[in-house]
Design a protein around this ligand. Structure first.
Ligand code: SF4
Ligand code: SF4
Length: 303
């Protein structure tokens, strides 16, 4: 073990000589997700195997002073309680964001039927996968220290909270700014690896090159909002939600939370798991950018 950064950082000791870069952090994250033993469900299959939770992450970087962060304070985006990177870390220069895609085993093990409960593997992956994501945030912070920097993982800070379901730091929006994807009408981020996954982030004072954003609009990867254009529409997530919480105008968050917490939570009470994943599975955007040919944009986004 390495006192500063743990075994994963120790494996990267040689790279500590390099200038910190987005590529070095991406390599570190891929290494950590591939090698850390916590990236497995605690439940064993009959043959003794424990399924992996996450595949290799997508990694992006946003400049801490990107003007889009200030735009998140608007009431129709996140809200005034959303803190900018500099409000979390005055010396902030960069925001490192990653998307952890669920493994195919967890995605495909989710029931296709609308009225079925989520699989045990899914609800376990949601809970234990987020515990792993927290460990990933801590590991990235320690790795930043190894490279001579410092950082903050807002989601792990003790004063972090959501006010009326609006967070003080939105990792989905940070991922959008960091070039990782655009939103779907189900509220999740659609990335090159789809929407079935979780997002993590760390703000650091290290100066890293921002990742280009290959899109212009917040719904570029979801064809549904393109009403009135010639693009094909989708809308598959609307009827798939078991409690009709998804509409073209957006997601009914209280209804969604109630279903995951109460209905699914009651079903999995003995395990202490909850959460629903119907709108992240068996959809055109579950593991890819859907209808890519139809929604291809004419110009790349400006940066
Ligand atoms: S299922 Fe279709 S309409 Fe719903 S978010 Fe995905 S791409 Fe958009
Ligand atoms: S997580 Fe489940 S309840 Fe919530 S919007 Fe998606 S499908 Fe509906």
């Amino acid at each position: 073990m390495n006192a500063r950064g743990g075994y994963a950082a120790a494996a990267f000791e040689t790279r500590a000589e390099e200038a910190p870069s987005a590529a070095v952090f991406a390599d570190f994250l891929r290494y950590f997700v591939a090698r850390d033993p916590r990236n497995h469900l605690p439940e064993t299959l009959p043959d003794g195997e424990r399924l992996r939770i996450w595949e290799a992450p997508l990694v992006g970087v946003a400049a801490a002073d990107d003007p889009l962060f200030a735009a998140l304070k608007a009431p129709d985006v996140v809200g005034a309680m959303h803190r900018s990177p500099a409000e979390w870390l005055p010396e902030a220069k960069s925001v490192i964001v990653w998307f952890l895609p669920y493994t195919a085993a967890l995605r495909r093990g989710y029931p296709k039927k609308k009225d079925a409960m989520p699989s045990l593997e899914w609800v376990s992956g949601r809970r234990n996968g987020e515990t792993f994501n927290n460990a990933t945030r801590r590991a990235v912070l320690r790795f930043a220290q190894t490279l001579g920097g410092k950082g903050v993982a807002p989601s792990n800070e003790k004063d972090y909270r959501a006010v009326s379901m609006r967070p003080m730091w939105s990792e989905r929006h940070a991922a959008y700014i960091a070039g990782l994807g655009t939103f779907g009408i189900h509220g999740a981020l659609i990335t090159e690896k789809g929407c079935a996954g979780r997002i993590g982030s760390v703000i650091t004072d290290l100066e890293l090159s921002p990742t280009p954003r290959p899109y212009r609009g917040i719904y570029d990867y979801c064809p549904y909002p393109a009403e009135g254009s010639r693009q094909s529409k989708c809308g598959a997530c609307v009827p798939r939600c078991p409690v009709r919480a998804i509409a073209p105008e957006g997601r009914d968050n209280p209804r969604c939370v109630e279903h995951g917490r109460d209905t699914v939570g009651d079903y999995y009470r003995a395990w202490g798991y909850h959460s629903c994943g119907h709108c992240l599975t068996w959809l055109p955007c579950a593991d890819r950018i859907p209808f890519r040919r139809q929604i291809a944009r004419s110009e790349p986004a400006e940066h």
